[in-house]
Ligand binder design. Structure first.
Ligand SMILES: *Cc1c(COP(=O)(O)O)cnc(C)c1O
Length: 409
């Protein structure tokens, strides 16, 4: 059986984790700080902060921006549920808009969805292909006249909504660490960019995530970093490492914070992954996607994914193939046929309006025809560092045989 997305764990990973285990310090400490520094360098931003998931990091961003009941946040209907769940957690309303043929959020639909209640927009880089984030930034700027900041908001002594004067653009880059827009790494386009280091993502820490900041003046980066650090650890004025120093026991709690800090064990895995990301991980993933591309391009039974265009280059997180003429049922049967041939595939994603929770809130898939058309024909093929060329060829053969079986010809 060819698995879908196992993590790359080798002696280097095991040794790094063992060192932390034997060091006497396993939770947030020097490795996390080092990981944050290297992430910021990689993304060419002043600061990055690591946490235990994309979800908790991104939710903290919405809370930092004072988003809550009565507010709206624009998200694509085609994404993992986390993108909208964090909006629900804050009490605000996720406003779902349809996507383009390349699976990313439709900028025109975003423009139409903006109201006086819009506080943030969350474009998603599906499969590793960046959304049109610079266009979304322009839309946020163009519509600043509609933006209605909350006047009584105070975060670290300031009102971020008043300082910004427009909707915040938070990029969901859970899939796209290492992707680029206009030759620049992700992080410098949106106001805030969130990465996921979940076990199946391109760069993993088992579970984990990070946000990078690209905020205009007069935001003060050191203050914002301090606020997020504190809020990820119960609002405590000192972290566990500072408290463990001789005489360092006294602390204060200035906010009812969350608990979503990253541990040094996770950061140790992340440092190994980051150290070989550009030299090993990305090139291998790219080579596999290009191998698939060669096999499926020009065969009109298939629609191949966009791996890049003049401006955007993918992180090659997923190879999102579509079977051109398949119905949803036929696609499901094709997946069974692929599984019978020993290959694990996946579907990214079931559009959120099709999930019970969101259906219950009256979202309707009929309002998202492109999302449905993309989803109903989609099959994600295995892409990971340890997948060999021979295995990739086996995947291609299994897909083609299963499609022939179900679709004929
Ligand atoms: C994985 C994923 C997330 C959530 O990341 P976690 O680190 O697991 O919280 C968010 N958005 C998308 C598009 C994802 O695929």
């Amino acid at each position: 059986m060819i698995p879908f997305s196992p993590p790359r764990i080798d002696d280097a990973t095991v040794k790094a984790v063992e060192e932390v285990l034997r060091s006497g310090w396993i939770t947030t400490g020097p490795r996390v700080k080092e990981f944050e520094k290297r992430l910021a360098q990689y993304c060419e931003v002043p600061r990055a902060i690591a946490m235990n998931s994309w979800t908790n990091a991104a939710e903290l961003v919405l809370r930092w921006y004072g988003i809550g009941a009565g507010d709206e946040v624009i998200v694509p209907s085609y994404t993992y549920c986390a993108t909208a769940n964090i909006v629900v957690h804050t009490g605000a309303k996720p406003v779902m808009v349809d996507v383009l043929d390349d699976f990313t959020i439709d900028p025109d639909a975003v423009r139409r969805a903006i109201t006086q209640r819009t506080k943030a927009i969350i474009p998603v880089d599906i499969g590793g292909l960046p959304a049109r984030t610079d266009e979304i930034m322009r839309i946020a700027q163009d519509t600043c006249g509609l933006f209605t900041p909350r006047l009584n908001l105070r975060v670290g002594g300031r009102n971020p909504q008043m300082l910004m004067g427009r909707a915040l653009v938070l990029s969901d880059a859970a899939h796209s660490f290492g992707a680029r827009i206009g030759g620049r790494p992700l992080g410098v386009q949106a106001d805030i960019t969130g990465f996921s280091f979940h076990a199946v993502k391109n760069l993993t820490t088992a579970e984990g995530g990070a946000i990078t900041f690209n905020l205009p003046e007069p935001f003060v980066m050191d203050d914002i970093y301090a606020w997020f650090s504190m809020m990820s650890l119960h609002g405590q004025s000192k972290d566990a490492l500072a408290k463990s120093k001789a005489g360092g026991w006294r602390y204060d709690v200035t906010m009812a914070g969350h608990k979503c800090n990253m541990t040094d064990l996770q950061a140790a895995i992340g440092l190994v992954e980051l150290g070989r990301y550009d030299q090993e991980t990305l090139p291998r993933r790219k080579a596999i996607c290009e191998r698939y591309h060669e096999a499926f391009t020009g065969d009109d039974r298939f629609i191949v994914p966009v791996l890049g265009d003049g401006r955007r280059s993918s992180s090659h997180h997923l190879y999102m193939l579509r079977v051109a003429k398949a119905t949803e049922e036929q696609r499901d049967t094709i997946i069974e046929g692929i599984a019978r041939r020993g290959v694990s595939v996946n579907v990214h994603f079931i559009p959120m309006p099709m999930l019970s929770f969101y259906k219950g809130l009256s979202y309707r898939i009929e309002d998202h025809p492109r999302a449905y058309a993309n989803y109903s024909r989609e099959i994600s093929l295995p892409v990971y560092y340890d997948l060999t060329d021979g295995q990739a060829d086996q995947v291609v053969a299994a897909v083609k045989a299963a499609v022939r079986e179900v679709m004929g010809a």
